[in-house]
Ligand binder design. Structure first.
Ligand code: IPE
Ligand code: IPE
Ligand code: MG
Length: 248
């Protein structure tokens, strides 16, 4: 086996370095309360605030959340508009607090789909927080895993890379979160058990965790349950259980 393949096996740790979350169930949370869907999205922002803080306190170094998929444009125009407003308001109101807490903020996705105003807020927030190291908090917005792989391929081709030179490492380097460790733990709230075109490439060996909790109800205790489940997993990366145990 090549050294590269051996090195590609990350050491297991108790606390996931990188958690990726599909925050789902806002609409149902609101519907159960006979409230408009946007009320669920608003409550979802609050839940996210708690989860960011909890991740920082628990020593998670990367948190990546799915806020708006490239497919979510298919929703009713009114909901899309309200989601954009909410995103803009969150950018205006939350970034200073993230910065005070030593959190680096990033956005991944096809930003050309957003208004000039939102794009400018994103650029400013990323610039302000770029040297923070406590936690990197990444929002996937107008993001799709397939889009990410295609844009990476386009970058390789534009750089004149020949087919012989294309390998997994070369492609991975051009993906949106190339500089981050791959997610150790994936969480999806809202009961659905699917990836919905989130980080397709990067989730290849991620431990998956699905919960029926709706995103607005997902609090730090729920996060701890997910992390506890993660701790019980044996990450073999293709090897046998015996190999894993003798290596640790
Ligand atoms: C997730 O909640 C938030 C976004 C996709 C923007 P949903 O809005 O999908 O909530 P449900 O799935 O309808 O309950
Ligand atoms: C996935 O949620 C995307 C986000 C949470 C932003 P959806 O609720 O849009 O996913 P599907 O369409 O049910 O798979
Ligand atoms: Mg949903």
């Amino acid at each position: 086996m090549s050294t590269r393949k051996k090195q590609a096996t990350p050491a297991g740790t108790d606390v996931p370095r990188h958690i990726a979350i599909i925050m789902d169930g806002n609409g149902r949370w609101a519907k159960r309360r006979l409230m408009p869907r946007v009320a669920g999205h608003r409550k979802g922002v609050e839940a996210l605030r708690g989860v960011i803080r909890a991740c920082a306190e628990r020593g998670v170094s990367h948190l990546t959340v799915f806020a708006f998929s490239s497919e979510n444009w298919r929703r009713p125009q009114e909901e899309v508009t309200l989601l954009m407003e909410l995103f803009m308001r969150a950018l205006e109101n939350e970034v200073a607090r993230l910065h005070e807490n030593g959190i680096r903020f990033r956005v991944i996705g096809d930003l050309s789909g957003f208004s000039e105003r939102i794009q400018a807020l994103i650029r400013d927030a990323e610039a302000l927080t770029r040297d923070n190291t406590r936690l990197t908090f990444t929002v996937a917005a107008n993001y799709g895993g397939r889009w990410d792989i295609v844009q990476a391929m386009k970058k390789l081709m534009a750089a004149g890379v020949s087919p012989d030179e294309v390998d997994e490492a070369a492609l991975a380097q051009k993906l949106s979160i190339a500089d981050m460790p791959e997610p150790d733990l994936f969480i999806r709230t809202g009961g659905e058990q699917r990836i919905s075109n989130f980080l397709l490439w990067q989730l290849a060996y991620t431990e998956l965790y699905f919960t029926d909790a709706l995103w607005p109800d997902f609090d730090p205790a729920a996060l701890d349950e997910a992390i506890a489940s993660y701790r019980t997993r044996e990450r073999r990366f293709g090897r046998t259980s015996e190999q894993v145990r003798s290596a640790s």
